[in-house]
Write a protein that binds this ligand. Structure first.
Ligand code: SF4
Ligand code: SF4
Length: 314
């Protein structure tokens, strides 16, 4: 496994980052013990970087894996919260510490930032993270985003250490510009010293048919320090680790069978439409409907926002 410095954070991370969204209830919904086995295999094979979020509900999966891993102090867990107030972020920090079973949360990000405006709106929450960093409870702070404008805005903020942007070979899911626009913003962010780890390298499964090219595209970009790949089985972990170790004689993974399902009892409240970062949903005839299926990256964020449990990735 290759490792790299994550910008100027002082953290050394594996180029393959374990994306934990896939093992949690928003996607494969593995029981914590089962999900922890998948993560533990990745840790044993040299992956030391784990991406999660409060919303993914995978803290227990990760804690169980860390408890069984003899070098847990070397594992860099990055989490995220939508909190925008002091009180909200204090609670999020406490939830992460308790959920992960450790006082220090290595990386804490503001989840899904869109622009300088949303960053301003989240400033009280960011201040909590900066205070936690000063107290040694967090090692690096930053944002995750699908938006070119948010990468540019975060680059201009010296307090931000890490950016997790959406980028992939076809640009699927990128908001506010093209793949080239996002890449140009990422290059400037890295030049400013930010640690960069890419999300959605396979477009939520849309790019599985060109799996090797899609990963090689990102691995060839030196300013992308690590790539978060969602993995939901030990076989997928071993497959991805082998690829990141240089094997190029591997078959593409099985095509994704995921789809977005909307139940008949949808009340048309519109919360999922507002929650979708990719504009893939709309209200039609009083119910949620998929407007641009190719824009859906199967993140499951719509399901997490639905009060009726009427929309889910299956
Ligand atoms: S429709 Fe749902 S799963 Fe698809 S991108 Fe939007 S929030 Fe994510
Ligand atoms: S959040 Fe749930 S109930 Fe509301 S529109 Fe979306 S699917 Fe329907």
């Amino acid at each position: 496994m290759k490792y790299t410095e994550l910008g100027q954070t002082g953290l050394t991370v594996s180029r393959l980052c374990f994306g934990a969204l896939t093992i949690g209830p928003l996607q494969r919904n593995l029981a914590p013990a089962e999900g922890s086995e998948v993560l533990l295999r990745a840790l044993e094979l040299g992956v030391n970087f784990v991406d999660t979020a409060e919303m993914y509900d995978t803290y227990e999966h990760i804690r169980l894996a860390l408890e069984r891993f003899p070098h847990r102090e070397e594992v860099v867990v990055a989490t995220k919260s939508y909190a925008y107030t002091r009180e909200g972020m204090l609670k999020s920090l406490e939830r992460a510490q308790q959920g992960l079973g450790q006082e220090v949360v290595p990386i804490f990000l503001l989840h899904e930032q869109e622009s300088s405006h949303t960053l301003r709106g989240h400033w009280p929450a960011l201040e909590v993270l900066l205070e936690a960093k000063a107290a040694g409870l967090v090692k690096a702070v930053g944002i995750s985003t699908h938006y070119v404008q948010a990468v540019m805005a975060a680059t201009a903020i010296p307090e931000i250490d890490v950016i997790s942007p959406l980028i992939n070979i076809t640009g699927i899911g990128i908001q506010g510009g093209s793949r080239e626009d996002m890449l140009a913003a990422i290059v400037k962010a890295a030049q400013a010293g930010k640690g960069i780890y890419a999300m959605k390298p396979l477009g939520g499964g849309h790019l599985l048919a060109q799996w090797a090219q899609a990963l090689d595209y990102l691995l060839a970009i030196p300013v992308i320090h690590s790539v978060a790949v969602g993995m939901k089985s030990i076989a997928e972990v071993e497959h991805n680790v082998a690829f990141f170790q240089g094997r190029r004689d591997l078959p593409a993974p099985e095509p994704a069978t995921r789809k977005l399902h909307i139940d008949a009892w949808c009340t048309g409240c519109g919360k999922c439409v507002a929650a979708c970062p990719n504009g893939a949903l709309e209200l039609r005839d009083g119910q949620a409907a998929i407007t641009m299926g190719e824009q859906c990256v199967y993140c499951g964020y719509c399901g997490a926002s639905c009060p009726e449990f009427a929309i889910k990735v299956i």
